[in-house]
Design a protein around this ligand. Structure first.
Ligand SMILES: [Zn+2]
Length: 124
C-alpha cells in the first residue's frame, strides 16, 4: 500500500495509528484492508460507545477503546452498549450470523430444487 492510499483511508493520524496497530484488518471479521479495494472500507470503532466511557470517567479516545473495523461490522454493531471487546465481538458475530440466516432464507432457500434436501443426504 502506498503512502497516499494510507492517508486517504485514515481520516486522521489517530485512525492511521489504529489501522497500523491492527494490521489493517477488521478485528471482528478479519476483512483485509491492505488491498486497494479493501482499505476504503476500514473505520475506527469505539469498542465501548463514547457516551458510556465518559460516564466511567475514562477517555473514550484511549487506544485500548479503539479498534479497526470494516464498515459492515461497524454498522452492524451500531450503538450496541458493549462492556468490553469480548462483549462487542460476540455481538458482532451474533448479528453477522443472523444476517447470513436471513439472506439464506430470503435469497437461496426459495430457489432450492425439490430434489435437494437442505439437511443433507438421507441416512446421515
Ligand atoms: Zn468486519
Amino acid at each position: 500500500m502506498k503512502a497516499w492510499e494510507l492517508k486517504r483511508s485514515a481520516k486522521s493520524k489517530r485512525d492511521l495509528a489504529v489501522f497500523i496497530r491492527d494490521g489493517f484488518q477488521c478485528v471482528y471479521c478479519g476483512h483485509d484492508g491492505r488491498t486497494f479495494e479493501g482499505w476504503c472500507h476500514l473505520e475506527v470503532d469505539h469498542v465501548v460507545p463514547k457516551h458510556l466511557v465518559k460516564r466511567g470517567g475514562e477517555a473514550p479516545e484511549h487506544p485500548d477503546n479503539l479498534v479497526t473495523a470494516c464498515m459492515s461490522c461497524n454498522s452492524l454493531k451500531g450503538q450496541y452498549k458493549a462492556k468490553n471487546f469480548k462483549d462487542a465481538n460476540a455481538e458482532v458475530l451474533r448479528l453477522r450470523t443472523q444476517m447470513r440466516e436471513k439472506v439464506w432464507a430470503l435469497e437461496f432457500e426459495p430457489h432450492l430444487p425439490d430434489t435437494i434436501d437442505p439437511r443433507g443426504p438421507k441416512g446421515k
